[in-house]
Design a protein around this ligand. Structure first.
Ligand code: NAD
Length: 417
């Protein structure tokens, strides 16, 4: 049986390419790869039926040369320490690429939120805060939502953290507005994905208004990306969730689909929703003949096994690490344009930064101000990456990593040891 690359392995390969190109010294390579702190802890939970379940939680902090650690909390059954090592490293490069004053972190709990009641989720989240309270804080490490978490979980974190440190809402971003969240944060990642897709499509000579797009994942990122892309005139021909999806070559009725999904707070399966089209599996969705593919669910869905069958000429990585390093090499060879995750989904952390700034100022900006800042920052990052790719004659991922590594390396050098 074929061995797949691990998320950590893929991340190191992507970094290695940048290290080579930039001729980074060996001891610095080691430093930039290694995490500052890796924490794993147990989380016992008394369930509503009286039974005791044991979960494992993690917080990995990769680098803080440019500012406090920043990164999401993921509640998903398919996570382990290696996932978080890779994802925390990715956050370092993403923040540096967007020139945000943060380093990278990531964490979460190995659990299936779909199988936990709201009460159980609250207890688990607050227990997680008990375990990591000493390593997080507004100037230390600022968690945010990721898969399986959202404003509700961030509010519980604010509450639990307050018991030890007093009311400190800037300890997390992605909070509800009532607790000092920012306008535009919930939609920010998907909005950014749509913006970057538009820029990449233009550069690739694809007319977005006529383009066909398949989106994998219909959670926070996938649903908003689909909505904003449809608003820009694109035809969303396929979209899926964990159970599979819907496909219609003329385009799905995205508004109707999202309305029904939101009415059930994302609890309903896409298979049961009436939005036109036929059923499609997640695997089939990745191989549909479309102009643009937007994987917006989990990591490593495109590997050496299926890369040859992916037909889209442009892939926008809305999820973190949807393409493993082997598939990346195959697709590059075939001339597929790939907008890397550290650029494509950076809208979320960018508005998280804006939320953090607003909270520190005890002042709220309008939605227009937030969206305008987001657009400017993503445009600048896109310009820097695409220009670097052109001058160095490299792909977008390598160009993005080169910029990010240079920025972090510069901070490491001037801070000294
Ligand atoms: P979410 O939990 O809101 O939604 C996840 C979606 O993926 C759901 O539709 C779910 O059904 C689907 N899914 C789960 N497991 C799947 C599987 N095995 N196969 C196919 N689909 C599956 O999560 P999200 O916040 O939308 O995050 C999606 C991706 O985007 C993740 O990779 C995350 O790290 C990345 N991301 C999220 C943010 C953010 O602001 N939320 C920011 C940057 C990157």
């Amino acid at each position: 049986m074929r061995m797949h690359s691990s998320p950590r392995g893929s991340c190191e390969k992507f970094l290695d390419r940048a290290f080579e190109k930039l001729q980074i010294e060996p001891e610095h390579r080691h430093l930039l790869r290694t995490c500052y702190r890796e924490v794993r802890f147990e989380l016992p939970l008394k369930k509503e039926d009286g039974s005791i379940a044991l979960f494992y939680g993690y917080r990995v902090q990769h680098d803080q040369s440019r500012g406090p650690f920043k990164g999401g909390l993921r509640f998903h059954p398919d996570v382990d320490i290696d996932h978080f090592v890779a994802l925390s490293s990715l956050m370092t490069w993403k923040c540096a690429l967007l020139d945000l004053p943060f380093g990278g972190a990531k964490g979460g709990v190995d659990c299936d939120p779909g199988e936990l009641s709201a009460r159980e989720m609250e207890t688990l989240t607050k227990r997680l805060v008990e375990r990591i309270a000493m390593v997080i804080g507004p100037d230390r490490d600022i968690p945010a939502p990721d898969m399986g978490t959202g404003p509700r979980e961030m509010a519980w974190i604010v509450d639990a953290y307050a018991h030890q440190h007093g009311f400190t809402p800037d300890v997390v971003t992605g909070k509800p507005l009532e607790l000092g969240g920012s306008f535009g944060r919930v939609e920010a990642t998907g909005r950014g994905v749509a913006q970057v897709t538009a820029l990449a499509a233009e550069a690739a000579g694809v007319e977005l208004e006529r383009a066909s797009i398949a989106v994998q994942g219909c959670g926070n990122v996938g649903s908003h990306a689909a909505k904003f892309l449809a608003e820009r005139g694109a035809r969303i021909v396929a979209i899926s969730d964990v159970n599979g999806g819907r496909f219609h070559p003329d385009g799905l009725e995205i508004d109707r689909l999202l309305e029904q999904l939101n009415a059930t707070q994302q609890k309903q399966s896409l298979q049961e929703i009436d939005c036109g089209g036929e059923s499609i599996s997640n695997q089939e969705l990745l191989e549909v003949d479309v102009d643009i593919l937007v994987p917006a669910a989990i990591g490593h869905v495109i590997s050496a096994e299926n890369a040859e069958r992916v037909q889209a000429g442009l892939i926008v990585e809305a999820a973190n690490m949807p393409i493993d390093c082997e598939a990346d090499a195959i697709l590059r060879k075939r001339g597929t344009n790939i907008v890397p995750d550290i650029l494509a989904n950076a809208g979320g952390v960018t508005v998280s930064y804006l939320e953090w700034v607003q909270k520190r100022q005890r002042y709220r900006w309008s939605e227009e101000q937030v969206n305008d800042q987001l657009e400017q920052r993503l445009k600048r990052a896109w310009r820097e990456v695409s220009e670097r790719a052109e001058t160095e004659e490299v792909d977008l991922r390598l160009a993005a990593y080169m910029i990010a590594v240079e920025r972090v390396m510069q901070a490491v050098r001037i801070r000294g040891f």
